[in-house]
Design a binder for this molecule. Structure first.
Ligand code: G4P
Length: 190
């Protein structure tokens, strides 16, 4: 998606050859007009997948996923990462290890928010190792849904997540795929 790639080239910073800082439009300050365009692009890319629900993971997936759900006119469900005082009984949980943050967290879903047979579009901000997406897929399937698509705003294609998900048969789309980055350079896949 050219609009997104241009924005990354203009404003993002490679903090290392593995971590990209995008907190000026995606992770901290959020450009809602850009998020709306991103939502529209996901809605076009997954138009033929019979999507019945959009699912994301808090926190940074929420903005692009909400725009996508709005445009697709489908319900949005946010998987929780923080321990909840009110969600205690009748919940599904799975452990996810974040390589980027070098720690595990429990991903939580209240199964009543997935209908039997739901075809879920999973949207997240970054696809790196794919652990978050695979954890989300486990919960969605336990609740009776199917992951019909995985959309990442930014994919780091030099990390294994994209290949892992594709090899498992998921329809995966990334709006900007970075094949390498480092001091002063960010290079996208063709
Ligand atoms: P994985 O799910 O693909 O395996 O990725 P990993 O666990 O390694 O990364 C998880 C967290 O790190 C996610 O944030 C993801 O957005 C973030 N992340 C991964 N690579 C980058 C990067 O290059 N730049 C930035 N800015 N973030 C990255 P999170 O813990 O879910 O945080 P948030 O959604 O609450 O912001």
């Amino acid at each position: 998606m050219k609009l997104l790639e241009d924005r990354i080239l203009k404003e993002a910073k490679a903090l290392s050859d593995e971590v990209l800082l995008v907190d000026m439009f995606l992770n901290h300050q959020v450009d809602c007009e850009l998020m709306y365009e991103i939502g529209g692009e996901f809605s076009r890319l997954f138009a033929r997948d019979g999507i019945s629900r959009v699912v994301t993971i808090e926190a940074s997936g929420i903005a692009p996923a909400a725009m996508c759900a709005l445009i697709m006119k489908k319900p949005l469900v946010i998987l929780k990462k923080q321990p909840s005082l009110v969600l205690k009984n009748g919940i599904l949980q799975t452990e996810v290890f974040s390589f980027t943050k070098q720690k595990s967290y429990m991903l939580t879903l209240k199964p009543e928010f997935i209908a039997q047979g739901d075809r879920v579009l999973l949207i997240d901000d970054f696809l790196a190792n794919g652990e978050a997406a695979l954890g989300a897929a486990r919960l969605i399937e336990q609740a009776g849904g199917t992951v019909a698509g995985v959309g990442a705003v930014i994919c780091k294609s030099f990390m294994p997540g994209l290949r892992r998900l594709k090899d498992m048969g998921f329809h995966v789309e990334a709006l900007a795929s970075i094949k390498r980055m480092g001091a002063g350079e960010i290079v996208f896949e063709d």
